[in-house]
Structure formats: C-alpha cells, structure tokens
Write a protein that binds this ligand. Structure first.
Ligand SMILES: Cc1cc2nc3c(=O)[nH]c(=O)nc-3n(C[C@H](O)[C@H](O)[C@H](O)COP(=O)(O)OP(=O)(O)OC[C@H]3O[C@@H](n4cnc5c(N)ncnc54)[C@H](O)[C@@H]3O)c2cc1C
Length: 386
C-alpha cells in the first residue's frame, strides 16, 4: 500500500533496504550462530547517516522524526531483528539526552551519536526491577562535584559495545520512583565494568549484558535534567521508542511472509505448488492483512508523535502491543506454511520466529502495554464524566 512517503522518506526506505540485502542478509545466519555483534554493519549505518535520522540538524543529525526512524528499523528487521535491535537501542539510549539533556550535553554527545562514531545503550532494568521499573536499586550519591554510582543493571542491549550509557539510578531512596534520576556514564569511567553476557534464544546478533557500577564517580554535570526526574525521562523515552519495537514486529512479519510465499510457490505436493491450496492461501491472507494493519498503525502513531502531540503513552503502547503480537503470530504461521523445512536452519524463518519473541517482552512486556492502555482509558473516562 502507498503510504505517501516524501521523497526523503522513500530514500531512507530504499537505503535501509539496500543495506539489509547487501550487508545483513549474507551474514545474518553466521552472526546468529556465533552470537556476534554486527560492528561492521553498525559502521555502515553510521556512514550512511541512518544513525542520526531523529537527531536535530544543529547536533549533526538529519532533523527528522519517529516516522523516518521506524522506516529504517522496519527494513533492517525484514533481514535481521538482531541487527535492528542493535541499531534501535541507540535511539533508546539517546532519547533521554534529547528529552532532558542540557544544551552542553547535547552538543557534547549528539554529533558523535548521529555520525555513528559513538554507540549508545539505555540502562533501566535490574534483577529486582523489570516490569516494576520503579524498583530500581542502583544508587547515585552526590559527593562534592561528583555522583558516585553503585549497583548492577541487567540485560542491557549494546552493553559493552556502546560508548555512552544513559542510566537510571536512585538519588533519594525515601521518594521511591520520584527519587530516581538519569545520568550519562561513559565507557572507560573507573568503577564501571561489564558483567555477564547473555546467551539468548534469538536476536543473537545483538549483545545483552550486565553493567556493574562499583563506586563509579562521574561529574555532577552528567545528571540528565534534575534529581527526581529519572523516572519521567525513562517513561518519556519508552513512549518515543516503543513504535520502533512495533516496526521490528512489522519488519520481521514481512520478512517471514516473503520467505513463506517464495517457498510455497516452489514446494510441490500432490502434484501442485502448495500455494495453490486454499488453506495455505488463507493463512497467507491473514498474515498479510494483520501485517498491513500493524504497519498502518505504526506509521499513524509516528505521525502523531512527530506532530508534537503531548500525551502519546496510550497510542505508543498500542502500536507496540499490536505490531509485536502480529510479528510473533505471523512468523509462527510462516514457519507452518513451510512445514518441516521452516523448522530447519537452512531457511531463515526459524530464526525470524526465535527473534520475534523478544519483541513481546522488551521495552515493557505486552501485558505491561495493556496496563498502560487500560490506565489511559480509565483516565480518559474519568475526564469525560466530569
Ligand atoms: C534481550 C533483552 C534485551 C533487553 N534490553 C534492555 C535494555 O537495553 N535496557 C533495559 O533497561 N532493559 C532491557 N531489557 C529488559 C526488559 O525491558 C525487561 O525484561 C522487561 O521489561 C520485562 O521485565 P522482566 O523480564 O523482569 O519480567 P518480569 O517483570 O519479571 O515479568 C514476568 C511476567 O510477569 C508479568 N507481569 C509483571 N508485572 C505485571 C503486571 N503489573 N501486570 C501484568 N503482568 C505483569 C510480565 O508481563 C511477565 O509476563 C532487555 C531484556 C531482554 C530479554
């Protein structure tokens, strides 16, 4: 379907698609097998100016928005969600600086992020703070001109590979989530090391690792915004980034549909290509319809966010919830269309199905998205009845 992209948006789509087919498809199985970070591909994405799509021009970016970012994420996800996760996590880590950073912080960090010279990671989750993000226990104590960080972040995408980390830590224990603050921590800071690297089911081309802070001292200027704003910055960050996770769902679903159709046209059973059986056609019809609906929702939500709309939590959660459930269902059905062949590593769909699962979990599980939507509906109803 034609979504009436501008010339620039179409160029971004074509460029990301070209990188996906030329640089990602040939190595995706190997990256998956070896669980290897796609450093060369990240360099290419940086050189192609795709890393700074959503960063304002005055800080070296392209000055575009969420829509352009999801267009690139969707194309990369058709080829490999591990690669698109490594790419998208940069935006996740950068949004806190864009949302709450000072002019000096923006000038210092954003140009190198936009050019791809520096990679970024976002550290919120801990062993005791998953869905309950307000339960963060990592502390940041002001000591003279420095904050001293102590604690461990768990399952951080781009951990160890990134140069810049935006970290949520507690500055006032008494205040709970309102006592959380956001900080910028650079790789190489004494007291900041990397712990366990996870061995995952899918998105194995992305790295997921522990961040360990042991009396890690950072300049007090590295706080993002003010003390107590950390939770708000984190939630606003997720509002911005969740449609990107949805776009990963759309991309992987489309990639799987393309593979299933190719296979079903070639596979002969009962003297005919299996695509000639109406049961198979109906599966493909449902898969394509759901994927198109998810795509339309993602683009509409991004256009809404890019319009400057203030309260986007509900629609952002809806786009992530719907499109990632579609991603899981469609990759599962694509494998079914391919029968036993779909289950084999010889074809990319088994990897797509493994990769799709994480999209229903990270950046807030889909149960948590339903909670966000439910809470927003209650608020709206209360407002309406006043
Ligand atoms: C590969 C990977 C990469 C990640 N990358 C990052 C990253 O870069 N940065 C970062 O900060 N975090 C990251 N995460 C963490 C991720 O965001 C969390 O895993 C996710 O938010 C869920 O938390 P949890 O896994 O602790 O699940 P839990 O909170 O333990 O939830 C367990 C189950 O209970 C359900 N549940 C919990 N509370 C509720 C509730 N109130 N209502 C309904 N159901 C509920 C959940 O939906 C889930 O089904 C990553 C995780 C993974 C696996």
């Amino acid at each position: 379907m034609d979504y009436f992209f501008t010339e620039e948006q179409q160029m971004i789509k074509d460029l990301a698609a070209q990188i996906a087919s030329e640089k990602v498809v040939p190595v995706r199985a190997e990256l998956d097998e070896k669980s290897e970070f796609p450093r060369e591909i990240m360099n290419v994405l940086g050189q192609s100016d795709l890393m700074g799509l959503y960063i304002p021009e005055e800080y070296g970016g392209a000055g575009m928005g969420s829509l352009e970012l999801v267009i690139a994420i969707e194309e990369l996800s058709k080829a490999c969600v591990g690669v698109s996760t490594s790419f998208a996590a940069n935006a996740l880590g950068t949004y806190p600086i864009l949302i709450g950073g000072t002019e000096d912080q923006k000038k210092e960090y954003l140009p190198d992020i936009a050019s791809g010279k520096k990679l970024v990671a976002f550290g919120l989750t801990e062993a005791n703070a998953g869905s309950d993000a307000g339960g963060v226990q990592t502390t940041a104590k002001l000591d003279g001109d420095e904050y001293v960080l102590n604690g461990t972040k768990q399952w951080i995408t781009n951990g160890g590979e990134a140069d810049v980390y935006t970290i949520i830590a507690i500055t006032d224990k008494e205040k709970g989530a309102r006592g959380a603050s956001a900080f910028i921590v650079e790789k190489g800071t004494p007291g900041f090391t990397f712990g366990k690297k996870e061995d995952k089911m899918g998105i194995r081309a992305s790295v997921t690792c522990e961040l360990v802070f042991d009396n890690c001292r950072i300049p007090k200027e590295n706080i993002i915004g003010k003390e107590g704003m950390g939770f708000i910055v984190a939630m606003k960050t997720l509002d911005k980034s969740r449609p990107g996770v949805g776009a990963q769902g759309v991309g992987v679903a489309q990639g799987a549909i393309d593979e299933a159709i190719k296979f079903a046209r070639e596979r002969i059973q009962f003297g005919k290509p299996v695509i000639s059986f109406q049961a198979v056609q109906h599966m493909l019809a449902d898969m394509a319809t759901a994927t198109e609906a998810a795509r339309a929702l993602i683009y509409a939500v991004c256009r809404f966010i890019d319009s400057g709309a203030k309260d986007v939590s509900k629609v952002s959660a809806m786009s992530k919830l719907f499109a990632t459930d579609v991603g899981m269902r469609v990759t599962t059905d694509a494998l079914q269309v391919m029968g036993g062949s779909g289950y084999m590593k010889e074809y990319p769909v088994e990897k797509m199905m493994r990769d799709a699962k994480i999209l229903q979990i990270y950046e807030g599980t889909n149960q948590i998205q339903r909670n966000v939507i439910g809470q927003a509906l209650i608020k709206e109803a209360a407002k309406g009845s006043k």
